[in-house]
Design a protein around this ligand. Structure first.
Ligand code: PHE
Length: 488
């Protein structure tokens, strides 16, 4: 044995026991004459991949040579396919018989006449096509048929079809194999080596025949196909990571619907009914259901806050309008009401879900994306606690360089945005918003203050971490990308 995993042909009968029956079949069919792997597969009525695997195994064993060769493969262009179906314009022209030129279609005029003249099929006289000869068969058309069927065509026809752009010639990689001297010898011996056992069956065990049986040895180094299996979508895997982090930090998960009433999405969060972000240009409104229920007792308190704070008459009909939620902050509002009703305990909550915004998409914007929302409902909570929570969350995801930037949200005061530094692009990227819910939000919903709150975008995080150039990659279902991207 030369080096590890390689077998040599010095003791072929023993080596033959190492080979799979497929390998032996391939070996026996090989000679000094080179043959394409595809042809070989067809000849042996075997699957191409299996023949390829066997050929590689035989090469490893020094029994076969494999060469790569590039072959010109002609294929019909779209026009070629059309001509195959409808015939060439010159054929169609002749088939129409004597004719006024103006009666011909555009292609027959443009292309058909030139070629029919060249072929000596027609003459032109005072605006008329006169038939000279009706061809029985047409070499170009026969060539097209032959290429479509994968057959061979003469070079002159091939060139003419290429010139007419009816076919395209592409290089195709093929592999050709032949036997080495050792392979030829082993192939002959393979005829005589029989009786090896591929599988241990219960029969062999019960009858005791296993004691004499010669078992085929496994070659664990032989190349094999990579098995494909299902796996979690990278974005979903990242979301699981985020979920873990919040659960480990003692947060409880809260849930809410993606189709939300304007009440929870906007009103409960002290966003006035004429606020620009409520407009169609930013928000997707739904025509069905026609209206959505919201709790009227809570709404009474929300109305008071709006009318006092924003000085307008609050309209209950506007609050019924269904929307695709534009953020997950409505889930926090719902949870505060549940805490107020003692259905839940004051504490730390988070929620992960899809949100929708009516905006143009580009490499860092999507019209639907995930957010992770969070609230800390604790009477001693402070702004510093808020910063600490967010810093810790990002630290656990591997983002250490973050900064807080003062911002405005109608529902928080003070408010800030979180930005992270992108080392490669040398720029700060916005990740989300946060703040302390204003009393106008928290008092109507559960009667107490303060509540720390945040809503953070998710897709941008794996985008930065795994150097993905375009955020839309997550939604393109590119199987190769999905298989190769691992979230650790
Ligand atoms: N809802 C805000 C957004 O979608 C984020 C946010 C949540 C801000 C909670 C403050 C408090 O951008």
């Amino acid at each position: 044995m030369a080096d590890k995993g390689k077998v040599t042909v010095t003791s072929s009968p023993k080596l033959l026991l190492l080979l799979h029956p497929n390998d032996i079949a391939v070996l026996k069919s090989l000679s000094k004459q080179e043959i394409g792997l595809k042809e070989l597969a067809a000849k042996l009525k075997m699957n191409y991949d299996a023949v390829m695997r066997s050929a590689l195994t035989l090469k490893e064993a020094g029994m076969a040579d494999i060469k790569e060769s590039k072959k010109d493969m002609p294929a019909l262009t779209t026009e070629g396919k059309r001509f195959l179906k409808d015939k060439f314009p010159e054929q169609r022209l002749v088939a129409k018989g004597e004719q006024k030129i103006e009666k011909l279609d555009d292609e027959e005029k443009r292309i058909g006449i030139t070629w029919a003249l060249k072929n000596g099929w027609v003459k032109i006289k005072v605006g008329r096509v006169m038939i000279e000869k009706t061809p029985e068969s047409y070499d170009l058309y026969e060539g097209l048929k032959a290429i479509d069927a994968g057959g061979a065509v003469d070079k002159k026809v091939m060139d003419a079809l290429k010139d007419r752009k009816s076919i395209e010639v592409k290089q195709e990689k093929t592999f050709i194999v032949s036997a080495t001297d050792g392979g030829l010898k082993a192939g002959k011996e393979a005829e005589t080596v029989k009786g090896e056992v591929n599988e241990l069956t219960s029969d062999l065990i019960v009858s005791g025949k296993w004691k004499e049986a010669k078992f085929r040895q496994y070659n664990v180094e032989a190349p094999a196909e990579k098995p494909l299996h299902g796996s979690m979508h990278p974005l979903q895997a990242y979301i699981e990571k985020i979920r873990r982090i919040f659960l480990n930090m003692g947060f409880e998960e809260m849930e809410g619907p993606e189709i939300e009433s304007s009440f929870w999405n906007f009103d409960a969060l002290f966003q006035p009914q004429d606020h620009p972000s409520r407009e169609l240009a930013d928000t997707f409104y739904l025509s069905k259901p026609g209206y959505m229920y919201y709790p009227k007792e809570v709404a009474e308190k929300v109305r008071e806050a709006h009318e006092k704070g924003w000085k307008y008459t609050w309209n209950p009909d506007v609050a019924e309008q269904p929307v695709l939620r534009t953020h997950t902050t409505g889930v926090s509002a719902r949870t505060l009401v549940e805490i107020g009703e003692s259905k839940k305990q004051p504490g730390k909550y988070f929620s992960i879900g899809k949100v929708y915004r009516n905006e143009a998409t580009d490499y860092k914007h999507l019209a639907e994306f995930y957010q992770v929302e969070g609230i800390v409902v604790w009477e001693n909570a402070s702004f510093v606690n808020l910063q600490g929570c967010l810093k810790e969350f990002y630290r656990q995801l591997g983002f250490n360089k973050i900064k807080f930037v003062p911002h405005y949200f109608p529902y928080t005061e003070p408010s800030m945005e979180i930005h992270v530094y992108h080392e490669k692009r040398k720029e700060w990227i916005e990740l989300g918003g946060s703040g302390i819910f204003r009393p106008e939000v928290s008092i109507p919903l559960w009667g107490k203050y303060p509540v720390l709150a945040w809503g953070l975008g998710i897709e941008r995080l794996p985008l930065l971490k795994y150097n993905i150039k375009d955020i839309r990659t997550f939604y393109q279902n590119d199987l190769k990308w999905l298989r190769e991207t691992k979230i650790d």
